[in-house]
Design a protein around this ligand. Structure first.
Ligand code: NAP
Length: 336
């Protein structure tokens, strides 16, 4: 379908919230002609020079895709298998390459260390559910991946990111650490300095996703920084090097956190004795061997902080992740 004399055509299902805008920027930078498909609710005015198709996957309203041809599709907006099936029924035969954004939450058992793409996958008690909750999210993405394999006859790439970090992140999980460090004072830090931390910078995820389309790379890939590349103290030290008057870390053990009446939840950290101890030790060897390039933790911290500081005051005051000031103070008091 591609013609070397024309720019390749890319359809992004989604495209206007967090991952999507970075995929648009990366693809445009590399000469793709980009079309977005979404409801027009999230940031509808973000892009001037990008074709926008309107429809609603929840309602099966895909009329705007009918009769269209694309060289590749990046699907960031499917959370249950019907959404994948319906889109592929409309697009199959009209698209060469489909890249599905899945998640590492597809794995069944995070108490194991070093999970790779062949590890056991989550299952659902009710595989017909379309209710996306913390409990069903991973199992539903497994079913989305299966639907993609069943219903798409072209080139298929499945990308399973871990926590995605960087500019535009609305969850604040990675963002919490540079922002909290910049606020100064004594800062409660969970666990031990060598506890593992894993994430992927959204700009690296966008580059890798577009790379797979450009290089016609197919298969299933975890997408996170390599196991062992970043530990909790690397993250904290990097944040401290970058900000003026950084907070002073006070390491708080898993037991002290658990003993609180209102235990704090710390992003980017899993209690080493808990069911999720392996969640930040995922193997991304397969993607790295296939060419996934990753920037340093310094660049991710800097990019995240620079973006966060550009946001309106009201947004900056309300972090979506991390302990409340009262929870943090209770931990510091418990140690004094
Ligand atoms: N954030 C993470 O740490 C993380 C980690 C692993 C995997 N992921 C995966 O990343 C993807 C989410 O990324 P994102 O939110 O940043 O993507 P995005 O593409 O930037 O934003 C979501 C897009 O989907 C559109 N959309 C939502 N509901 C829709 C519907 N019913 N019909 C049509 N379009 C719809 C939204 O636009 P409208 O609202 O205008 O429709 C928006 O453009 C998901 O697949 C998630 O599983 C995220």
């Amino acid at each position: 379908m591609s013609n070397s004399s024309h720019s390749p055509r890319l359809l992004i299902l989604g495209g206007t919230r967090f991952l999507g805008p970075h995929m648009v920027d990366e693809a445009k930078r590399r000469g793709w002609r980009v079309t977005l498909f979404n409801r027009g609710k999230s940031n509808p005015d973000l892009f001037d020079n990008v074709e926008q198709l309107r429809g609603d996957r929840a309602e099966g309203d895909l009329a705007a895709l009918e009769g269209r041809e694309f060289d590749a599709v990046i699907d960031t907006s499917a959370y249950y298998p019907r959404a994948v099936r319906e889109v592929l029924e409309v697009l199959d035969g009209h698209v060469d390459h489909y890249a599905f954004i899945s998640t590492i939450s597809v794995y069944a058992d995070f108490s194991s260390l070093g999970l790779d793409e062949e590890s056991e996958l989550a299952t659902l008690d009710d595989p017909t559910t379309e209710e996306v909750t913390a409990e069903t999210y991973g199992g539903l993405k497994v079913l989305c991946e299966e639907a993609a394999r069943e219903h798409f006859s072209g080139r298929l790439t499945i990308i399973r990111p871990g926590i995605v970090a960087g500019p535009r992140d609305h969850t604040d999980r990675f963002t919490y650490w540079p922002v909290r460090t910049a606020r100064g004072g004594k800062m409660a830090v969970p666990g031990s300095p060598k506890d593992p931390v894993q994430y992927i910078d959204v700009r690296d995820l966008a580059r890798w996703t577009v790379d797979t389309l450009a290089a016609e790379t197919t298969g299933t890939f975890n997408a996170v920084v390599p196991d062992g590349m970043v530990t909790m103290d690397d993250l904290i030290d990097t944040c401290r090097e970058i900000v003026d008057d950084p907070a002073e870390p006070v390491w708080v053990s898993e037991d002290v956190i658990a003993a609180q009446d209102d235990p704090a939840s710390f992003p980017m950290w899993a209690p080493p004795s808990g069911d999720h101890r392996g969640i930040f030790t995922i193997s991304s060897e397969r993607a790295i061997k296939a060419g996934m390039a990753l920037r340093s933790v310094e660049e991710t911290v800097e990019g995240t902080l620079e973006w966060f500081e550009s946001l309106p005051d009201e947004r900056r005051q309300n972090l979506e992740a991390g302990p409340t000031p009262a929870q943090e103070q209770a931990l510091l008091d418990a140690l004094s």
